[in-house]
Design a protein around this ligand. Sequence first.
Ligand code: NAD
Length: 302
Amino acid sequence: MSLRLDGRRLAEELEKRLQFEIKAGIAKAGRPPGLAVIRVGDDPASGVYVSNKEKACARIGVASFGTHLPGTTSLEDVINTIKALNSNENVDGILLQLPLPKGIDEAPLLMTIAPDKDADGLHPLNLGKLLKGESGPRSCTPAGIMALLARNEIPLEGKRAVVIGRSILVGKPMALMLQAANATVTVTHSVTKDLESITRQAEVLVVAAGQAQLIGADHVRPNSVVIDVGIHRLPSGPSIGNKSRTRLCGDVRSDEVSSIVSAITPVPGGVGPMTVAMLLVNTVNRWQEHCGLSCNLGDLLP
Ligand code: NAD
């Protein structure tokens, strides 16, 4: 049976470490770290994600400056909200919850977030720093995956890694981080031909296609490590009254793949909790820098 790469457990460990960092620095800083999550509109999944992030902040002593704007808000008003948070000295990190309602373009909004308060690592300047190998806030999902691989002592140097997906949120920064760790990386996408022949070469396979149960036994190399980034809610049986029964699954058919590979992330409980943990890491790291404290979290920012 394969090793279960337990993101929930590691996220709990990281929260304890961050609590320690906050306790150690708060007297000198004179205030706790602050995170502002901006939500625009009423996408129900985003509601759950924002609430999970705010609960995580409360658990470790990060102050939340959440802002929920109606879906009808103009681009200019969202920009003004971001600018106000940029100049709020109690806010160390700002995150714009995606996706935005139709008609609001995310690019100018991500550009408006002050690069040194960019809790999600998606500002073009910070993506450029990642490209150049300079330190800075890192995209939370791929950084969380790197932490999970490191914690489980999975070697990357000289390994063949394949990333499925080339989004700015996951696939592209993931490929850069794996490359920085000296893996030999191939990126595949929706136009890739003969995906299986490429993924079967992977010693480390990161699947971020956003396609439920895309990857099965025929796609994986024996004894490889598989990271399943996808999250999907599928019907799990007939509805009871007007309540539909659902279950969560990833981009990987884990029932087929688990017995072939050496390690795999579960869904839920793998990459998801690590994404939230890395948001906290970025925020506490920004706070340490803003308040002139020593920054001890560099090992988590690949
Ligand atoms: P996206 O839709 O922006 O990008 C998907 C990428 O996959 C694209 O580059 C596309 O070319 C590629 N792709 C699609 N179908 C493919 C196929 N059949 N073969 C090969 N490549 C294919 O999605 P995203 O934002 O990168 O997220 C990917 C998935 O990860 C989604 O399910 C999302 O919900 C999930 N996600 C989870 C977390 C987490 O914390 N667990 C965080 C972010 C995203």
